[in-house]
Design a protein around this ligand. Sequence first.
Ligand code: 0O2
Length: 208
Amino acid sequence: MEWEIFLAPYRQAVDELKVKLRGYRDLYEVTAENSPIEFVTGRVKPIPSIMEKARRKGMPLTQLNTQMQDLAGIRVMCQFVDDIHRVVQLIRNRTDLVVVEERDYINEKKKSGYRSYHVVVQYPVQTVSGEKKILVEIQVRTLAMNFWATIEHSLNYKYKGKIPADVKKRLLNAAEAAFRLDEEMSQIRDEVRVAQIRFLQKNADEEE
Ligand code: 0O2
């Protein structure tokens, strides 16, 4: 029950931010621009994971609100790597939250091969006892990065954090393959854009 009371504003923050970030898709629909957001998910960290992380990092349970930045977590999935930077800019421009930290695991991937852009924000929630400022970790990643991270995460869970060396190596190769897939998709998109512009230009010239 105490956990539920402690986590209630985190659930509120996750619910509100999911709605707000999903809203961009509708806002982009009325512009000529493509939405940089494909889909948004969110979760409050499960209690056993909170306890495990607190133990691993030597965090006192009384300091979780200031020390554990991902009790509330939002994930934003994008089609292309460029879209990640557009989403991060949208987050930085918001006036209903304050960005407190950014971690660029795209230019500096983790040892595991993990890639994503993390933005930690401070978000005010209106609770029954007044305003409470909550830390929320927003992970922004491409569909390919998400595919890799989801599978690696479940393997980690399956092997209880002790993935065998050969599987780790193959996961690293798979992370590189996901990275190349992102690069290839961006190039294809750029080439299609150039071809479209040429096609429109040609039609316009012919009509003159
Ligand atoms: P879950 O189940 O996703 O909620 P640390 O936990 O020490 O690695 P720190 O300092 O808390 O990291 O912050 P970081 O690295 O910015 O964010 C941690 C979260 O990023 C993780 O949460 C994952 O969601 C994701 N992440 C980081 N590294 C990896 C990785 O190698 N593989 C995958 N699949 N995800 C990763 P949690 O706490 O692991 O849990």
